[in-house]
Design a protein around this ligand. Structure first.
Ligand code: IMP
Length: 179
């Protein structure tokens, strides 16, 4: 385990096994229809890479980047798109790939924006969901794991841009935050 971590919440094996299950669910639901996976940079980049390889339906991939105003550990819900999609999504089956659903504010904004572009379907897959924390209700078709309301890092999730490369997800030692 990385020395900055207090404990591991999800092991690499648990994460990968669950992604295999979600990939099977998605493949069953979309069948031979083409699905456009849209990941929000940068946290979901590892998840989309693993998930895409577990889906047997035809898959296309696109990315968006958003910046949230306010401090990095607190979502303000005011979101600016800093990198938009390359693809037009009208009439297509869009599946937004998220790393973690916290307050839901970022995703709510994003879904409203994407819905206005008239996709045929618009669904969400999130690896993690902090259930008690959601301020706005978001319906996620696929959820990997429910996690307690703690700040977690690893498998794409960062603290000050670090720890994204850990293959597992864990909680940092408190002294790492206090510097
Ligand atoms: P929301 O708008 O509050 O749902 O914030 C969602 C975004 O905040 C996620 O996509 C992450 O980038 C970030 N975030 C929320 N909770 C955590 C966490 O525990 N660790 C790392 N990043 C997080």
């Amino acid at each position: 385990m990385h020395p900055d971590l207090d404990r591991i919440v999800l092991t690499e094996q648990q994460i990968q096994d669950r992604i295999t299950e979600i990939g099977a669910d998605i493949s069953r639901d979309y069948g031979d229809e083409s699905v456009l996976l849209i990941a929000v940079l940068r946290g979901a980049s590892l998840f989309i890479a693993d998930l895409a390889r577990r889906i047997t339906s035809p898959v296309e991939i696109d990315f968006m980047a958003v910046s949230s105003y306010g401090s990095s550990r607190q979502s303000s819900g005011v979101v600016r798109i800093i990198k938009d999609l390359e693809e037009l999504i009208e009439g297509r089956h869009v599946l937004v790939v998220e790393d973690i659903l916290d307050t839901g504010l970022t995703l709510k904004y994003l879904l409203k924006n994407l819905a206005s572009r008239k996709p045929a379907t618009l669904e969400v897959v999130t690896l993690l969901s902090k259930e008690d924390k959601q301020r706005v209700p978001i319906s996620c078709r696929y959820v990997g794991f429910s996690v307690p309301d703690e700040f977690v890092v690893g498998y794409g999730l960062d603290y000050a841009e670090r720890y994204r490369n850990l293959p597992y997800i864990g909680v940092l030692k408190p002294e790492i935050y206090s510097g």
